[in-house]
Ligand binder design. Structure first.
Ligand SMILES: *[C@@H]1O[C@H](CO)[C@@H](O)[C@H](O)[C@H]1NC(C)=O
Length: 265
């Protein structure tokens, strides 16, 4: 009798197990619109979405560096992210945190020397329309075609960045734009910025011939040093690349917007 009940109990657990297997494992698998990769890490079966999400996160964490292209298997995932509400929410959160920091941790002097540095591409202006036609970073960078696109001056504003830009202006902070765009794109860039609503910056710095042979990071550090030597207090920077943030002298705080499409060193 006892043995029988034991067997029955075991059977019941077995069928419950199958039931759980079907509802929790099989049905979601069938539902999922992504392919299951035969990827296994330490016995962990992961999906393509898991794989690409972790690739993206590790790019943002700056664990993955110097990548030349988005991995082929993640092009679709990165494209979806760049078009998603999530990308907008992530970016908006970044700019909101800039304002939290300004309101809680900055003692602005309002003497014309309080400053904030903005990067341009994928910080103030979006290059997503260009990268949309270039596999969202899945194609190797072609400077010629990127510059042709920039010259058209059709880059849209990133709305949350425009809001932050205007808020800083309203608070009397000097806005300084430091871009990796080259000097010959100056007028196209300024026209583009004005057309989408950015105006009233204090200075805009482009990469000149002398700066073309140093890294973007070094160039941006040199500009910060010049500004500090002139007496500017750089309360913060906003950029989408670590090369806008890293190195010395550093701004008091740096904020990074998401950008998994390309890496600028
Ligand atoms: C880069 O872009 C230019 C201009 O669109 C094009 O003529 C050239 O073939 C491209 N180069 C490569 C390697 O794809």
């Amino acid at each position: 009798m006892l043995a029988f009940q034991f067997v029955k109990g075991k059977k019941m657990w077995k069928s419950l197990g199958w039931c759980l297997f079907f509802t929790c494992i099989l049905i979601p698998l069938v539902d999922a619109d992504w392919n299951i990769l035969k990827l296994s890490r330490n016995g962990l079966k992961i999906s393509l979405k898991n794989y690409c999400e972790s690739w993206r996160l590790n790019v943002e964490l700056h664990n993955i560096r110097q990548f030349e292209v988005v991995p082929e298997e993640c092009i679709e995932y990165i494209g979806k992210y760049m078009k998603s509400t999530q990308y907008k929410v992530d970016s908006q959160r970044t700019t909101e945190e800039c304002l939290v920091y300004l309101s809680t941790s900055c003692n602005l002097k309002n003497d014309g020397r309080d400053a904030w540095i903005f990067d341009i591409d994928d910080t103030l202006l979006s290059t997503v329309p260009y990268y949309k036609n270039n596999q969202y970073g899945g194609n190797k960078l072609n400077v010629t075609s990127l510059e042709e696109w920039i010259r058209k001056g059709k880059a849209p504003a990133l709305d949350h960045s425009l809001k932050l830009f205007n808020e800083l202006k309203y608070r009397g902070i000097q806005i300084i734009l430091v871009t990796s765009r080259r000097e010959h794109l100056r007028s196209a860039t300024i026209d583009n910025l004005l057309n989408v609503g950015y105006y009233g910056w204090t200075r805009i710095v482009f990469r000149d011939i002398a700066n073309e042979f140093v890294s973007i990071k070094k160039y941006k550090c040199d500009v910060r040093k010049e500004l500090m030597d002139e007496g500017y207090r750089i309360w913060g920077t906003l950029g989408d690349q670590r090369s806008s943030i890293d190195g010395s002298p550093s701004p008091r705080r740096a904020f990074k917007l998401p950008n998994p499409m390309y890496y600028v060193a």
